[in-house]
Ligand binder design. Structure first.
Ligand code: ADP
Ligand code: MG
Length: 657
């Protein structure tokens, strides 16, 4: 497969180009330009349309080139940190226009009263003002382009080099003809040429469309390639489960599966029956019922006498899954749990059971990765909160399997745009619909002055026997800022509800203390749990119907949503109270979004809009591709088309094999 930015093969190194000596080659290398492909893909960063327009017809807020006569002496003002503003008035097409240049003080001498000047800038029609970006001396019509060259080379020199490549090389890679005609795209050569040597606005637009599509398409092909590597075809991967037994089991469940759950089960079971190794992501908000979907599929694997494992990132989650699987399966499956705190004796017993194939399902933390853990026939791997595990860990577990089938689960709703880029190499099943009877958590936003209301709301739940989570910041008393300390808040709740009702758990406690506190809350001995965000990771108390978050502005939308997901786990109406005095517009907006929707996928889209794709995953998941022309958000629809085409090409290849 050809690399993402390769249209000329074989690509000559730059020092093989006419006029490029040792020195120029070195300079180009500094810009990561090594061969002719790098030259043609080193695209301009901006374009200035130098064709002059009539200001009387210019649109508000458009970037335009105009010309006229300077009418007043330019005034230069300096302000902080060497910033400057140069102002003068010009007569442009009969309009007396204010022209302002920021941080270009040297233009003062070029703007001369009663002389002619040509200006490129942004027009504010309401103020009749132009925010000048350039004074144009080269009066040739058309576009001038700007390259990012870090001062190692003049734009003109680079342009010549680009022209040289176009003149001397044959472009032998292009988009497939069928796609070009279907989407009305140019040839890559013509498109790239237009981007370097633009002729008109329309042509530039079409050329950009072509290169964008090419980038997105190549990227999707790469993902498809990875996907096909993961989805190896071999009859060995067929899990020919007993469908009748599976149906019978499903009919014993105490509830009816939602449509999305059924679809998820079908997706996975279809993968089982196919001669393909599964590589699938199951996405669904907290409480959407992913666990039962995975569980049903574990049962399917059991019907052919083979084993499954669920790997989770924490001991708390392992315990929770263990309880919930035990509860669902009763005696139908043999389930064991392996964590860092499993005793030696217990571990030996479990290892024996795994080897002999007596254990159907193992719920485990990283402990399962140790070398002495071996299975009889491990054919279904479930990795929960997959983003918390590394590639090596995944491979280590995979190496223990008999038939490789992996299901990843995540409770972090990921916007579609990012989902098809970051998880483009996986098959994805999404559970969007919540189980029936589940009421969305009612969310409201309060200030610290409304503490009485907050306490009354907690009291109301308590009077009916329901529990409340309270999340507060953990900070030292000395650094109070505007934050309410977890200890202060604990004290306030104790004063209000009494010590016998309120429990405190925070990040600085020893694990035993924490577990003890959480245990009291889980067993309903204490109905109010004050904590820092430790509860963010796995705790399940369906009796809790209220979540109070102090200084909610400290958290991003996804964390707030995860916290809120701790309640609303029964058919009871639940509530989330955000106590916050946000200082920034952004924080205020987050509070407003939280109170307006409880759909995790919608929230994730809003979050993405607010933060942009770069920030979305933070540093940890910087797996997002950097495109030259395409933009993941703006060109989202094109991305979907590119993906569709890439999939269709790959399926064609798979079918003809
Ligand atoms: P997730 O793993 O997606 O966070 P769970 O699988 O823990 O969600 O499900 C949350 C709760 O909802 C569990 O108590 C589960 O038994 C229950 N549940 C799951 N599916 C349904 C359904 N279709 N109808 C009613 N309750 C359900
Ligand atoms: Mg299979």
């Amino acid at each position: 497969m050809c690399a993402m930015y390769e249209v000329i093969t074989p690509g000559t190194p730059v020092h093989g180009l006419k006029g490029v000596g040792e020195k120029t080659a070195e300079k180009l290398h500094e810009l990561e330009i090594r061969d002719v492909n790098d030259v043609v893909f080193h695209l301009p960063t901006s374009y200035v349309d130098q064709s002059v327009v009539d200001l009387r017809e210019a649109e508000h807020d458009s970037s335009i080139t105009v010309e006229g006569t300077v009418k007043t002496e330019p005034k230069l003002a300096f302000f902080r940190r060497g910033m400057s503003r140069l102002t003068c008035f010009m007569d442009i097409d009969g309009i007396y226009t204010k022209v302002v240049f920021f941080n270009q003080p040297y233009l003062k001498d070029k703007l001369i009263i009663d002389e002619f000047a040509r200006v490129y800038g942004k027009f504010d029609r309401n103020k009749l003002e132009i925010n000048g970006q350039r004074l144009i001396f080269d009066t040739s019509p058309g576009y001038s382009v700007k390259y990012s060259l870090n001062r190692v080379m003049h734009a003109k020199t680079f342009s010549k080099l680009v022209a040289e490549v176009f003149g001397s090389h044959h472009f032998n890679h292009d988009l497939p003809e069928a796609l070009k005609s279907k989407y009305q795209l140019w040839s890559l050569r013509d498109a790239l040429h237009e981007l370097h040597f633009p002729k008109s606005r329309d042509a530039l637009h079409d050329a950009r469309r072509t290169v964008k599509f090419y980038e997105l398409y190549q990227f999707q092909l790469k993902l498809m390639h990875k996907r096909s590597e993961e989805r190896v075809r071999n009859d060995h991967y067929i899990i020919d489960y007993d469908i009748e037994r599976l149906k019978r089991f499903i009919s014993t469940l105490p509830f009816e599966l939602t449509g999305d759950q059924k679809a998820g089960v079908n997706d996975i079971c279809r993968d089982f029956k196919q001669n393909i190794s599964m590589h699938r992501l199951l996405q669904g908000d907290v409480g959407s019922g992913k666990t039962i979907v995975a569980g049903i599929c574990v049962y399917a694997v059991k019907t052919i006498g083979e084993q499954s494992v669920v790997m989770v990132p924490t001991e708390v989650l392992a315990n929770q899954h263990y309880e919930s699987f035990k509860d669902t399966f009763k005696d139908e499956l043999t389930i064991e749990r392996l964590t860092g705190s499993t005793s030696r004796k217990e571990k030996d017993r479990i290892l024996e059971g795994l080897r002999l194939g007596e254990i159907d399902l193992l719920i485990a933390t990283h402990a399962v990765l140790e070398d002495d853990v071996a299975f009889n026939r491990l054919s279904f791997i479930i990795i929960d909160e997959q983003h918390r595990f590394g590639v090596k860990q995944r491979q280590k577990l995979q190496a223990k399997s008999y038939r490789k089938n992996i299901l990843y689960m995540t409770a972090t709703p990921i916007p579609r745009t990012l989902s098809i880029t970051t998880f483009g190499d996986m098959d994805v099943s999404i559970i969007r619909e919540m189980p029936k009877g589940r009421k969305p958590v009612e969310t409201s936003w309060h200030t610290f002055d409304e503490m009485d209301q907050v306490m009354a709301a907690v009291r109301a739940q308590l009077n009916e026997g329901y529990s409340t989570y309270v999340v507060a910041p953990l900070i030292e008393e000395s650094e109070t800022l505007d934050l309410k300390n977890v200890n202060e808040i604990y004290q306030a709740f104790v004063d209000h509800f009494g010590e016998e009702t309120v429990e405190l758990v925070h990040g600085r406690m020893k694990p035993e203390e924490k577990n003890h506190g959480m245990h009291l809350f889980e067993t309903l001995e204490k109905k109010i749990l004050i904590s820092t965000t430790v509860i963010e990771v796995g705790i399940n108390v369906p009796n809790a119907t209220m979540m109070v978050i102090f200084n909610a502005e400290r958290f991003g939308l996804s964390t707030l949503h995860q916290l809120r997901g701790r309640v609303g786990r029964s058919s009871r109406q639940s509530y989330c109270l955000l106590v916050s005095q946000p200082q920034t517009d952004n924080a205020k907006l987050r509070m407003e979004i939280m109170t307006s929707t409880s759909d995790g996928f919608e929230l994730s889209e809003r979050d993405l809009e607010m933060r942009g794709p770069g920030d979305y995953f933070g540093v940890r998941q910087s797996g997002l591709p950097q495109f030259k022309v395409a933009d993941l958000i703006e060109d989202y629809r094109m991305l979907e088309y590119a993906r569709k085409e890439a999939i269709s090409i790959f399926e064609h290849m798979e079918d003809s094999r």
